[in-house]
Design a protein around this ligand. Structure first.
Ligand SMILES: *Cc1c(COP(=O)(O)O)cnc(C)c1O
Length: 391
């Protein structure tokens, strides 16, 4: 039995998507750069995938660049803006403390290369303030990059407001929208973004496929030298089948967005209501400005990793933070950024789910989790201390 509540880490490919990828691999196998008919068939299929994605994001097909996923799109967008800025003597980047490591580690690298990085505070509700972004922007700011929705606690950021501030100040604005696209409405025009990253495997598409949207007026440098693919900016034979899979998955996700969200929100409300009955538990992040399918909790006196192992033994796949930080014993940088102590942040549990999950599965978690927590607490010296009223 596998109850999969780790959909913010990755999702399972839907049948329609898997079939579209399979068919493309078997039948649309020409190289889109070839002049013969099979090549042109592949080029046409790729064009269609690109314009489908463009329509769904409300932009032009020529503003869509296919990539290998969210990490590449984030790296490309940030590096490109940093290089463009440096040519004009602008070497300052504004971001936030709770970005994904694809963004934070790229910024760390830039810092070593002589850029100055300002990371905005995230408040206890897990939301960045537009006025803080406005204050942080300087004459030499080359880029503002703020995530659309956080992958650990699910909070949605005021992207359109920050975008309009950046537009007014003439500073390029990028958003890592990997957790948002396919789950909540995203419209690059309404959201005032210049660049946006998305990844197929976060909305039931294949892994290793993503998109960087770059507004036409925003300069985008060459990411990979080679052929003329992706308008000469990312050489290499296109992942035709994967890109078709991405477009198929995004079409399905956007068509069913409201119905999917309604079911997912109902599952979340049930989980939150029931799991907060566990003593010394807390829900992390603003409960309203929130993705449908992510719920993050802390349970005092336990250790997240032990909890995950016990849950796994009971057939439940969950996460304590992001997949990227598990394996290290440091508490999540996201939970620390919203002001939690190391001790409390250690006892975190992220449940992430979508329309493919069921209410029965949620019931199973609600039944299974409390005795596991009780057991772990009974063995925990920290819990003993909390019980005695110590701090
Ligand atoms: C998953 C994720 C990424 C990385 O995307 P990949 O396609 O796995 O490289 C980046 N940002 C956020 C917010 C994510 O959740």
């Amino acid at each position: 039995m596998n109850i999969y509540f780790d959909n913010a880490a990755t999702t399972v490919c839907g049948d329609t998507v898997a079939n579209a990828v399979f068919t493309a691999m078997k039948e649309v196998y020409g190289n889109p750069s070839s002049v013969h008919s099979l090549g042109q068939k592949a080029a046409l299929a790729l064009d269609r995938a690109r314009s489908d994605v463009a329509k769904l994001l409300n932009c032009e097909a020529k503003e869509i660049y296919f990539t290998s996923g969210g990490t590449e799109s984030d790296n490309w967008a940030i590096r490109s803006a940093a290089l463009t800025g440096a040519l004009k003597g602008k070497k300052h980047v504004v971001s936030s403390k709770f970005e994904h490591h694809a963004v934070l580690h790229t910024l760390n690298r830039l810092e070593k290369e002589g850029y100055e990085i300002t990371l905005l505070d995230v408040y206890s509700d897990g939301i960045v303030r537009p006025e803080d972004a406005e204050r942080a922007i300087r004459d030499d700011t080359a880029l503002v990059t703020i995530m659309y929705a956080n992958n650990e606690i699910g909070t949605i950021q005021p992207i359109a407001e920050i975008g309009s501030i950046c537009r007014r100040k003439g500073v390029p604005f990028h958003t890592d929208a990997v957790q948002a696209v396919g789950h909540i409405p995203v419209d690059v025009k309404a959201d005032n973004v210049d660049m946006l990253s998305l990844s197929a495997h976060k909305f039931n598409g294949p892994k290793g496929v993503g998109v960087l949207y770059a507004r036409q007026r925003v300069p985008l440098n060459i990411f990979m030298e080679g052929g003329a693919q992706e308008r000469g900016r990312r050489g290499g034979t296109e992942n035709v089948a994967g890109n078709i899979g991405l477009a198929t998955a995004l079409t399905e996700a956007v068509e069913n967005l409201e119905a999917n969200a309604a079911k997912t929100i109902a599952i979340r409300e049930k989980l939150v209501k029931e799991l907060l009955k566990i003593p010394k538990s807390r829900y992390n992040g603003d409960p309203e400005k929130h993705l449908p399918g992510v719920a993050n909790f802390c349970f005092e006196g336990i250790e997240g990793e032990s909890l995950l192992l016990k849950l796994d033994a009971a057939g439940i796949c969950a996460s304590s933070g992001s997949a990227c930080t598990s394996g290290s014993l440091d508490p999540s940088h996201v939970l620390l950024a919203i002001g939690l102590s190391h001790e409390i942040a250690h006892g975190s549990l992220r449940l992430s789910f979508n329309e493919q999950n069921t209410f029965e599965e949620a019931d199973f978690i609600i039944k299974t989790l409390p005795p596991i927590i009780e057991k772990l607490r009974s063995m925990s010296p920290v819990w003993e201390r909390i019980q005695k009223g110590g701090k």
